[in-house]
Design a protein around this ligand. Structure first.
Ligand code: ZN
Length: 262
């Protein structure tokens, strides 16, 4: 799973991906009232495979991220600052926002293809913590937010329910089930985590180790370290009887009374 990052710092959607009067707007328009040559960054790592200028795209640049995904950035103010063959990372500066080509205002038109088909950029772009989303965009669009839960290992505490992660490939998921997105690639092996809840789902026991963070007990992936039971305080009991001989005893309990046998 790659969490592609929106290519601008201030995210405002001015035109959505999708069909208009039978014509596909194959990308997402990102605009902001005071956009003026803002930085455009690569949404993920990859290689620059194309750049240039056409009358419709204006200055543009294309990044190939892997065998499936490419991203195309259009209407740049000037020629992209990267060159064909360059290797880029998520967040590498590609150029500056402009209004070259078929454009009527400073904005970025970004197109993403997966397996050679256009896809809605909103379906794979994530807003990171340090990015800003415009109010109208928040109201009108559902964006994905990259908000990894950082669940940290702890030390052994006998007062708490804890687990040891034995497996090296145990995935931390957002919920109790494999259909939930994973948050991190893997939990840390040989580390201790507190757990707060155990849920059964899809035939596995899922241990909740943080807010929206679950790991499954698969084979011997986990060792459960239950907390030490607190010794009950006998002095508070209203009733105590020590059997002098083995036998059957009849006990009458009044409403609200509790029978505790040790
Ligand atoms: Zn557009």
């Amino acid at each position: 799973m790659i969490y592609y990052r929106y290519p601008v710092e201030k995210i405002g959607i001015t035109s959505d991906y999708g069909y208009r009067n039978g014509i596909l707007h194959a990308g997402l328009d990102l605009g902001w009232f005071d956009y003026q040559g803002e930085n455009i960054y690569s949404i993920g790592s990859g290689e620059v495979i194309e750049k240039g200028f056409t009358s419709s795209q204006g200055n543009y640049v294309v990044i190939k991220h892997n065998d499936r995904d490419t991203s195309r950035y259009m209407h740049l103010k000037s020629s992209s600052v990267v060159n064909i063959g360059d290797i880029v990372s998520m967040g590498t500066l590609l150029g500056y926002m402009g209004t070259t080509g078929n454009s009527n205002g400073v904005h970025l038109h970004i197109e993403i293809k997966r397996d050679n088909e256009y896809i809605d950029p909103k379906s794979i772009l994530y807003v990171y913590n340090d990015q800003i989303v415009g109010e109208n965009t928040k109201v009108n669009y559902t964006l994905l937010y990259y908000d990894p839960v950082l669940v940290s290992p702890v030390v052994r505490d006998e007062e708490l329910d804890q687990i040891i992660i034995n497996a090296s490939d145990l995935i931390i998921r957002k919920g109790p089930g494999t259909s939930f997105n994973k948050y991190t690639e893997f939990a840390k092996q040989n580390a201790i985590y507190n757990y707060y809840e155990v849920v059964e789902n899809e035939g596995y026991l899922w241990y909740k180790i943080g807010e929206e963070a679950y790991v499954a007990l698969v084979d011997n992936s986990l060792t459960v370290l239950d907390k030490k039971e607190e010794n009950d305080n006998i002095e508070n009991y209203k009733f105590e009887y020590t059997a002098l001989e083995t036998g059957n005893y009849k006990i009458k309990l009044n409403k609200g009374e509790k029978l505790i046998i040790l």
